[in-house]
Design a protein. Structure first.
Length: 179
């Protein structure tokens, strides 16, 4: 696949009209059974009809039949790392014969269960390991460039490493009344 050809018109447009480059990604909760406190679905606005299931982790009372939100966070990292690696390899003309990305996160559920302020809420460490096998005959310099570029251009990896400001607003809406 010719990644450069796919990206050329985008690069040209962004160069001639810089205001067209920034976008806002959004994901929202999807309607589900509110009587079930252990499960939900979310949907990305950019891909209509796609639903991602999520649920509470068994360590906090979930049943373990769907990925928890921490799994989804780690999945976003693994997916971004692999797609970025694949795109960079295609751009460099390198043939991949194997790719495996493993993302792990350390978490102590006692914080989520409100068992004391000494227990953190959220992941305390994340590790991402990417293993790549290239077709024979690839030189070391190009292989090293592949790995450096994949790490440099992975959006999720760089967002986690260099956290952005996060705004969060919670509100209660008035109940609907029937007249």
């Amino acid at each position: 696949m010719d990644i450069k050809a796919l990206q050329r018109p985008l690069r040209d447009r962004y160069a001639s009209d810089p205001d067209s480059a920034p976008i806002t990604l959004s994901v929202r909760s999807a309607p589900t059974d509110l009587a079930d406190p252990l499960h939900c679905e979310v949907t990305p606005d950019s891909t209509k009809g796609v639903l991602w299931n999520s649920g509470a982790h068994p360590a906090v009372g979930g049943v373990g039949d769907t990925p928890c939100s921490g799994d989804l966070l780690l999945a976003a990292l693994a997916a971004c790392q692999e797609v970025t690696l694949r795109m960079v390899a295609a751009n460099l003309g390198l043939e991949l014969t194997h790719v495996e990305v493993v993302a792990e996160g350390d978490w102590d559920p006692r914080g989520t269960l409100a068992m004391g302020r000494e227990f953190p809420i959220g992941l305390t460490a994340i590790r991402c390991s990417t293993s790549v096998r290239l077709a024979e005959g690839i030189d070391e310099e190009r292989a090293a460039r592949l790995l450096r570029s994949a790490e440099r251009y992975c959006v999720v990896l760089n967002t986690i490493r260099n956290p952005v400001a996060v705004e969060s607003a919670f509100r209660i809406e008035a109940a609907e009344t029937s007249d």
